[in-house]
Design a protein around this ligand. Structure first.
Ligand SMILES: C[S@@+](CC[C@H](N)C(=O)[O-])C[C@H]1O[C@@H](n2cnc3c(N)ncnc32)[C@H](O)[C@@H]1O
Length: 436
């Protein structure tokens, strides 16, 4: 097969995955290229609607291009935007949100909120890393998957993982290489709490006495808590059963401490999360008489802050374990006005659902990437004065806003992006709806 010709073009936009878009002829997606840049590139893979292409040279660089801090940028799939100034990353995410709202929802917010920014390095307190023993190199690799292939990237460290996890990648690889079960340990989940760091090692074979000794030595010398996961999530156990204090994070503005287990969902960026909770409470304009419904509430991240400012808060979530933690967190923080229910919110709720009783003046929802289509009708029937939608996917947000605005009569009062995942292409955003 002949090698495709080199081409020169100006990049016109960014894809949702952070690649440069070249139009004119068949569209090409060029990883590493930025809007406005003149580049030399070569097509590498054909698809129906576009081609993938490799960047050969930046002939005229964007003024917004910066030198990526991480030596693994380009190979590692953890970050795709480190070559773009962080403020410009947020502007690009705002453009993506704006376009999704206009194109899919056919709506423009009455006001755009300033992006909610936070630390862009060392921010990631939750991650799932791969581990792979490579025979040829007689080494273990620990890291995110590669950007262009399903292999574990060969990392020495990570600039976005929260301290101390970012500096533990090489020591972890060296540790696993010394274990007899080095080929039976494919994954490590990382959770960095305010009071400690947890590493959950997925083990396909039980570690023997020598391996356990090495794991204990590692935990002690790096001051981390090591957990083993031999099967599903319910099998996760601390390396030593000695009771350690539960992992936790604080929301000081609300005088809250939230406890969690190392594999629980927590918002990735701790500082941005604290700012997001505060902004959510502010935008909802709660009074002491307010009754707030918090859908997809997890372990009570928003619910408890809402309960601090409102008369009552009711959280609903699909995972029983998270609801147990939410209830425990309400008790821990002395909140008697926060109530929690387990429910599958991917199914339309029956009118008799216990969590729909009592009426609500405000609703907050924070669904997964798939959005919240099944509960939109129920939210509309509650007729709350304000609805705050926190989203991790502009496409599903826009789809749901279309229904809430055009079918259920809400007004999109405000919207804005949230810098939860700096250097990645993920767009977190919020939208405030009011009833006219
Ligand atoms: C983006 S997280 C938000 C969690 C929480 N609001 C927080 O800030 O930590 C989405 C939550 O939705 C829950 N979830 C996902 N699918 C669900 C479903 N079908 N029914 C109910 N909850 C679901 C997840 O377990 C997760 O806790």
């Amino acid at each position: 097969m002949s090698v495709p010709a080199e081409e020169v073009a100006i990049v016109s936009a960014l894809t949702h995955e952070g690649e440069g878009v070249v139009r004119g002829g068949k569209t090409a997606f060029v990883a590493g290229a930025l809007p406005g840049e003149r580049i030399r590139f070569r097509r590498t893979r054909r698809h129906r609607q576009h081609d993938d292409a490799e960047l050969l040279e930046v002939l005229e660089a964007s003024p917004l291009r910066v030198t990526p801090r991480c030596a693994h940028f380009g190979i590692c799939g953890g970050c795709v935007l480190q070559h773009l100034d962080p403020a410009a990353q947020l502007a690009a995410k705002e453009t993506e949100l704006r376009e999704a709202l206009a194109r899919v929802a056919r709506v423009e917010p009455r006001r755009w909120l300033a992006p909610l920014a936070g630390p862009v390095w060392g921010y990631r307190r939750r991650a799932r890393l791969g581990a792979k023993y490579v025979y040829r190199k007689e080494r273990v690799l620990v890291g995110f998957r590669e950007r262009a292939a399903p292999y574990v990237a060969d990392l020495a460290g990570c600039e976005v993982l929260a301290s101390p996890a970012g500096a533990l990648i090489a020591p972890l690889a060296a540790l696993i290489a010394r274990l007899t079960i080095r080929e039976q340990l494919p994954q490590i989940e990382v959770a960095v709490a305010d009071n400690g760091t947890a590493l959950v090692l997925r083990v396909l074979e039980a570690p023997g006495a020598a391996d356990l000794a090495l794991l204990r030595e590692f935990a002690a010398s790096h001051r981390v808590r090591v957990y083993l996961q031999p099967a599903g999530l319910a099998s996760v156990r601390a390396l030593d059963e000695a009771p350690a204090a539960r992992l936790n994070y604080a929301l000081p503005e609300f005088d809250l401490t939230l406890e969690f287990l190392p594999t629980d969902f927590i918002q990735v960026n701790g500082a941005v999360n604290a700012a997001l909770v505060a902004r959510a409470v502010e935008l909802l304009e709660l009074t002491p008489a307010a009754r707030v419904l918090d859908l997809f509430c997890g372990l009570g991240n928003f619910t408890l802050a809402l309960a601090r400012r409102a008369g009552a808060a009711v959280g609903v979530e699909g995972e029983t374990g998270l609801i147990e933690r939410a209830r425990g967190n309400a008790v821990l923080n002395g909140l008697g006005n926060a109530v929690f229910h387990v429910a599958d919110l991917a199914a339309e709720p029956a009118d008799a659902a216990p969590w729909l009783k009592g009426g609500y003046s405000h609703v907050l929802l924070d669904p997964p990437r798939t959005g919240a289509r099944a509960v939109l009708g129920a939210i509309a029937r509650l007729a709350p004065a304000r609805v705050l939608y926190i989203s991790c996917h502009p496409g599903s947000l826009a789809r749901d806003l279309m229904e809430l605005v055009h079918q259920h009569g809400f007004t999109l009062e405000a919207a804005g992006v949230v810098d939860m995942f700096a250097h990645t292409a993920h767009v977190e955003s919020l939208a405030l709806l009011v009833r006219p």
